[in-house]
Each structure stands twice: as structure tokens, then as C-alpha cells.
Design a protein around this ligand. Structure first.
Ligand code: ITT
Length: 199
């Protein structure tokens, strides 16, 4: 059985492969890059769950295979939850991780540590070609550093320090990040649903 990973974000693909393989699904995982002719869906939803479902349904309809999608982002307390669903294009250019991170740090300025609370959120969606859908969510709480640190992961990882750790997400090993991350939590919850509906 084939399961499409409905994302073109390389950081997500490597994490999803590790998380879903670790869950030992017994299913062939195929990245969306195997279908370059399929256009990206417009993310018109107003929640992570809505956008994850839009992406999963688009790939499932276009390929005739079950698809999973991730919609995720960083929600900053003092910014009322922004960048949120706009995290990938906060500075204007979609996927320019460094520009997004630099703009966010500039917006926070020298706000004190106790006011730098934030969390990563992830919605994991499964869609089947017949329209069946499931969606689950995960979060990772932390605080935002004043300067980036670490080279692992992607996106805002160099500035998010998980609660209870002294390192940023970009300083964790991939295994350590997946064990506590919003994406790990969401896709570990989705794995038994995938097995049930595809098995
Ligand atoms: P797809 O839609 O193709 O999956 P995307 O990068 O456009 O890829 P999103 O719209 O869900 O995906 O945006 C997610 C953004 O949120 C991502 O670009 C990062 O800036 C941020 N983000 C999500 N998960 C993260 C993580 O684990 N670590 C750091 N930043 C993360």
C-alpha cells in the first residue's frame, strides 16, 4: 500500500519518514515530489487542521492514493498566536526560513524571557480518495531565545527552546526532537488511524 506525504518541505519529509517508519506502518511512503505535475493547493483555511485537510484531500484526489499532510507553525504568546498558519511566509517569501526567523526576532526585540513563551503546533491529516478524512493535533511548548543557536531541524528551530531543556530544537538530535515535537505527537497519534483505514 502506498501513502503519499503531501508536503514539499524537506524538513518535514525527513521528520515524517522517521516518525511514521518508527511507527512501523508496513506502508510505502512516497513524497509529493514524485508527483511534480500536481499543483500545490491554496491554503485558504483559517486553522492548521483546515489547511492540513486541504493539502491531504488535494493529493488523495489527484493521485488516487491515500495521503497525509502536515500544517504547522509557531504561535507566539505576546503576538496573540502569530505567525501561526502564516509561519512559512511571515517575512513575505514562502519558505525563507532565515528571513522569517530574523523578522520574528526583530518584532520581539528585547522583551524579557518570561514574556517569550511560544509553542509549535502541528495538525496531521489523513485523506482517502473516497473522501474519508481524519485529523489530529500536537504541540510543543517553549520559550524564544534572543539569538538563534544550532544547525539541526528547520524553520524556527534555532530560536525555540522546549520547556525543561537548555538547548534549542536545532541543537537536539532528530530523534530527540521527534520524541517531544508537535509533529511527533500528531503523527504518532495518526499512525494507528492510518493502519486501521489502510490495513
Ligand atoms: P507544505 O505546505 O508543503 O507542507 P510548508 O513549509 O509550506 O510546506 P506550512 O504551511 O505548514 O508548510 O508551514 C510550516 C512552517 O512553520 C515552516 O515553514 C516553519 O517555518 C514552521 N515550522 C513548522 N514546524 C516546524 C518545526 O518543527 N520546526 C521549526 N519550524 C517549524
Amino acid at each position: 500500500r502506498r501513502l503519499i506525504l503531501a508536503t514539499r518541505n524537506a524538513g518535514k519529509v525527513s521528520e515524517l519518514r522517521a516518525i511514521l517508519d518508527a511507527a512501523d506502518l508496513g506502508i510505502e511512503l512516497v513524497g509529493a515530489d514524485a508527483y511534480p505535475h500536481i499543483p500545490d493547493v491554496k491554503e485558504t483555511g483559517v486553522t492548521f487542521a483546515e489547511n492540513a485537510l486541504l493539502k491531504a484531500h488535494a493529493l488523495a484526489q489527484a493521485t488516487g492514493c491515500p495521503a497525509v499532510a502536515d500544517d504547522s507553525g509557531l504561535c507566539v504568546d505576546v503576538l496573540g498566536g502569530a505567525p501561526g498558519i502564516f509561519s512559512a511566509r511571515w517575512a513575505g517569501t514562502h519558505g525563507d526560513d532565515r528571513a522569517n526567523l530574523d523578522l520574528l526576532l526583530a518584532q520581539l526585540g528585547d522583551i524579557a524571557d518570561e514574556h517569550r513563551g511560544a509553542h509549535f503546533a502541528c495538525a496531521a491529516a489523513l485523506a482517502l480518495p473516497d473522501g474519508t478524512e481524519r485529523v489530529v493535533e500536537g504541540t510543543l511548548k517553549g520559550t524564544l531565545r534572543h539569538t538563534p543557536s544550532g544547525t539541526g531541524g528547520f524553520g524556527y528551530d534555532p530560536i525555540l527552546q522546549p520547556l525543561g531543556d537548555t538547548r534549542t530544537c536545532a541543537e537536539l538530535t532528530p530523534t530527540e526532537k521527534n520524541a517531544i515535537s508537535h509533529r511527533g505527537e500528531a503523527f504518532r497519534a495518526l499512525a494507528p488511524v492510518v493502519r486501521e483505514l489502510l490495513g
